[in-house]
Design a protein around this ligand. Structure first.
Ligand SMILES: O=P(O)(O)O[C@H]1O[C@H](CO)[C@@H](O)[C@H]1O
Ligand SMILES: Nc1nc2[nH]cnc2c(=O)[nH]1
Length: 315
């Protein structure tokens, strides 16, 4: 599952830069576009698209709503900031190894990015974080719970990629306070409703199944606000490389976490006594719903990211 050989980035970096004009070769900022959020790159100027299939070491993103390409371009006012965006990411549930999942982040770090904005679609575990149907609900992630990390599936397991990276990476400050502040400042400057941007904890699960009600309760009781199947491997790789990280989750659905189960015994007994009771419809989540909300609400995410870029200190 983990590479034993030191990683040779040279062929990957050479392949990528061969597509790029000089001014895009050293991006300052990386953006990872989550499910349905690849539209984030539509506002790039002087855009150059490099398909993953042209990049040695990159996998193929097989999830609907994830394109499979890097987009380079300029974002923000004036000359613009050179940025690189992943239009589609890799998830372990697709069958990608952890090293493939985090490889693009390591490559973006080698290209020179200093900050990484990671976006995702996520399910809400917190009744105070509603789902983006009419309004948009974004969550600035301030912490995470990664059950795979605690159970022998940490993406950084394996030999150190170089002696420059820490063997024991501290994660108490994984989510950059300065970037998180910028998100709230940006929301204020865009006059977003206060309730449109929350702060919360992301739970990483492997997927591809969505949560059972009991799993949802477990994660909620453990302190998570939203849950998804991505992001944390990328956060770890970014922190290992010394990047500043901000994560924005677009809440696409509620995770169903009833406190009580309906009693089938009572239902059957009522039926037998001739007084059938109303059977509630059990809600389920689907990736189609995730993509629909993602598509509808990506604009707000995009505006917020653009405003953050505008507010980023120069240099
Ligand atoms: O986290 P992203 O890739 O945005 O997508 C989320 O949506 C998919 C499930 O609908 C999962 O991949 C989950 O992680
Ligand atoms: N695990 C998980 N991932 C998601 N991605 C979008 N919604 C969800 C969800 O409800 N659960």
């Amino acid at each position: 599952m983990h590479d034993e050989q030191p990683i040779d980035f040279a062929p990957t970096l050479e392949a990528i830069t061969s597509f790029l004009p000089l001014n895009l070769q050293r991006p300052n900022l990386g953006i990872i576009c989550g499910s349905g959020l690849s539209g984030l790159a539509e506002d790039f100027r002087q855009v150059v698209i490099v398909p993953y299939e042209m990049i040695p070491g990159f996998g193929h993103s097989s999830v609907p709503g994830h394109k499979s390409a890097l987009a380079f371009g300029l974002l923000g006012p004036g000359e613009g900031v050179p940025v690189v965006a992943m239009l589609g990411r890799f998830h372990p549930y697709e069958g990608h190894s952890m090293s493939t999942v985090i490889f693009p982040v390591r490559v973006m770090a080698k290209l020179g990015i200093k900050d990484l904005i990671i976006t995702n679609a996520a399910g809400s575990l917190n009744p105070n974080i509603p789902v983006g149907t009419r309004k948009s609900f974004l969550v600035v992630i301030q912490d995470h719970i990664a059950l795979p990390n605690l159970t022998g599936m940490n993406p950084l397991l394996g030999p150190q990629i170089s002696s420059d990276v820490p063997r024991f990476l501290p994660l108490s400050n994984a989510y950059s306070p300065s970037l998180r502040r910028l998100a709230f400042l940006a929301a204020h400057q865009l006059s977003l409703d206060r309730s449109a941007l929350a702060e919360g904890t992301y739970a990483w699960v492997s997927g591809p199944t969505y949560e059972t009600p009991a799993e949802g309760r477990l994660l909620r009781n453990a302190g998570a606000d939203v849950v998804g199947m991505s992001t944390i491997p990328e956060v770890l790789a970014a922190r290992e490389a010394g990047l500043k990280v901000m994560v924005l989750s677009l809440v696409t659905n509620f995770v169903v976490i009833p406190n009580e189960y309906r009693s089938l015994r009572e239902e059957v007994e009522a039926e037998l006594s001739g007084k059938p009771i109303e059977i509630p419809v059990v809600q389920t989540v689907s990736h189609e719903e995730v993509l629909l909300i993602g598509k509808e609400k990506a604009t707000v995410m995009m505006k917020l990211v653009e405003k953050v870029v505008e507010l980023l200190p120069v240099g």
